[in-house]
Design a binder for this molecule. Sequence first.
Ligand SMILES: NC(=O)c1ccc[n+]([C@@H]2O[C@H](COP(=O)([O-])OP(=O)(O)OC[C@H]3O[C@@H](n4cnc5c(N)ncnc54)[C@H](O)[C@@H]3O)[C@@H](O)[C@H]2O)c1
Length: 305
Amino acid sequence: MQVLITGGAGFIGSTIARRFLADGHRVRILDSLETGLLANIPADAEFIEADIRDTDTLGKACQGVEVILHQAAMVSVVLSVAEPSLCFDVNVVGTQRVLQAAVAAGARRVVMASSSAVYGNNPVQPKREDSPLDPLSPYADSKLTNEVNARYYSAYHGLETVCFRYFNVFGPRQRPDSPYSGVISILALKLMQDETFTIFGTGEQTRDFVFAEDVAGAITAAATQPGIRHEVLNVGSGRPTSLLELVELAAAAIGRPPKLAFAEGRAGDVMHSQADVTGLAQRLGYTARTSLDVGLARTLDWMQG
Ligand SMILES: NC(=O)c1ccc[n+]([C@@H]2O[C@H](COP(=O)([O-])OP(=O)(O)OC[C@H]3O[C@@H](n4cnc5c(N)ncnc54)[C@H](O)[C@@H]3O)[C@@H](O)[C@H]2O)c1
């Protein structure tokens, strides 16, 4: 099938692109290269450099596409707090244009990246899709709004939609060179360079780390499963890991004791985050399989070239 991946030059989008190409699908990527890299784009993929808010180019990019895998976004919570209007423009207006372009081009389904950030500081663990929501940042708010818009497009335009609430995704090609990058890639880089790693907060906060190739597996299930109208599903490992535990694991894998500093918690950050993943298993028959140890080892291998 022909798929369009928005944000396909990014970390998760490029992992999905590789998986779909390996499965024999045709892959078109639309990306503005805001945080993505040309080097991430597989040679066999078609590439269009454009912003998702550019309706003309987006419309052309959707021609002949069966399923759109919408990953493009302003991805940083911190940046969204600093620039809420821009966050809403890129994430909400941009996503609305993707949904509209999908309908106009006759695409069958849109699978889009939401976020566990929609649960905010809801103390219930693990988070179920029907747990109370508490978006604490413009980023989280934008992702929740996108889920509501996806439901509308399913109900009123017959577009099949799947919104995936990703927990903490990690793996090869995640950028370690930005303060907004995933904690694992930053931690690994600091350990490899024998530099100080700063923990924001006590380090007792927990996250549910899911390997990017498992996310690509879930996306494959979401793109191909028949009989979907509208789904909102968690994508995580189902296991909580504290930052202090993560530091220990990564330091053991690299074979060097960590240098740590502690700083005040960041605005919009949540304390605990663990996915209930029974919805993903029941609705799409998919469960993430890669353990944190194995995923960490593969990420470190990639980083060490
Ligand atoms: N990495 C995680 O742990 C995580 C967790 C929850 C949700 N998500 C979501 O997953 C998606 C992918 O995130 P990622 O971690 O791969 O980040 P990323 O920054 O590597 O990828 C985002 C991609 O979108 C592109 N992009 C940004 N603005 C664009 C625009 N206006 N038009 C076209 N392209 C644009 C960037 O250039 C980049 O290639 C995002 O929607 C993000 O919010 C990620």
